[in-house]
Design a protein around this ligand. Structure first.
Ligand code: PAF
Length: 283
């Protein structure tokens, strides 16, 4: 597996592979890789001849009181894992390599970023859209693979790609879960053993709400309230729990066909997010 830390190095490798007629799939990550990330790489390998993974803890997507400094950095172990699943190149840039000198450009995807996580993390999605656009321009992949655990992030990236005519096909991949149902996340590493026992309640609340939506036994608002109470009783401080239209992420209405239930809640200091997407004809 090759390693690159500069734009010039990565462009050189990409140029050689393009000359050999190889297509390129890209997996952007912030490192501290778990099986969810490795699944993205495995999917990428089925979609292109070459797979590039970036490991970059992006400062612009963290708010002032968030965990940028504490975010786990485990590059040596990450590289071993990537080698094990057959990635072709890992891109490990410094902040200055990605952001250059005093940048003045920011990408803002309207409306979608004002909802859900955007309410409590106002700078987050601008940081994500800007760094993903920059990484796409640096790597110039044919395809890019994103985990659906970050459902809103996938929606924001797709809209940015559409609006800016970026020639990159976005490939979404289903969330990988622990046996307990807990969605895999680098932030699960912040949880104490006791909190790890409670954390699966977030997914249980999503499953319960999905069943209630399909059974049509209560209003959407009542289903959301009951899930919020379930989370509070388990010890979470919920941020939101919202039954949404799967495409617009706006509040869903009975009679619609494609739903996603989006949820975020804090357990101690750790903010967990999860979601469940489904169709109304599903049983
Ligand atoms: O999902 C992530 O890990 C990050 O938001 C991403 C897409 C790598 C951008 O920094």
């Amino acid at each position: 597996m090759q390693q690159a830390s500069t734009v010039a190095e990565i462009r050189q490798s990409v140029k050689q592979w393009r000359a050999q007629g190889h297509s390129i799939a890209f997996v952007p990550t912030m490192g501290n890789l778990h099986d969810g990330h490795l699944k993205l790489v495995e999917v990428a390998k089925t979609r292109a001849e070459r797979v590039i993974v970036s490991i970059f803890v992006n400062p612009t997507q963290f708010g002032p009181n968030e965990d940028y400094s504490a975010y786990p950095r485990t590059e040596a172990e990450d590289c071993r894992k990537l080698q094990g699943v057959g990635a072709d190149l890992v891109f490990l840039p410094e902040v200055s390599e990605v952001y250059g000198n005093n940048p003045k450009t920011n990408i803002h995807v309207k409306d979608l970023t004002a909802l859900h996580c955007g309410t409590s993390r106002p700078v987050h999605f601008d940081g994500v859209a800007t760094v993903v656009c920059k990484l796409f321009n640096i790597v110039q992949p044919d395809k890019a693979v994103f985990g659906l655990k970050d459902y809103q992030q996938c929606a924001v990236v797709r809209k940015m790609v559409e609006d800016l005519n970026l020639p990159v096909k976005i490939i979404p991949v289903a969330t990988v879960r622990e046996a307990s149902g807990l969605a895999m996340s680098s932030r699960n590493g912040y949880l104490s053993p006791e909190q790890l026992k409670t954390a699966p309640v977030l997914y249980q609340a999503l499953l319960g709400a999905k069943s209630a939506v399909l059974a049509q036994t209560a209003t959407f608002s009542a289903i959301e309230q009951s899930a919020l109470q379930q989370l509070q009783s388990a010890g979470f401080v919920p941020d939101y729990f919202s039954i949404c239209n799967a495409d617009t992420l706006l509040p869903a209405h009975p009679g619609e066909s494609a739903f996603v239930i989006l949820a975020a809640a804090k357990l101690g200091k750790t903010r967990l997010i999860d979601n469940i997407a489904f169709n109304s004809i599903e049983q």
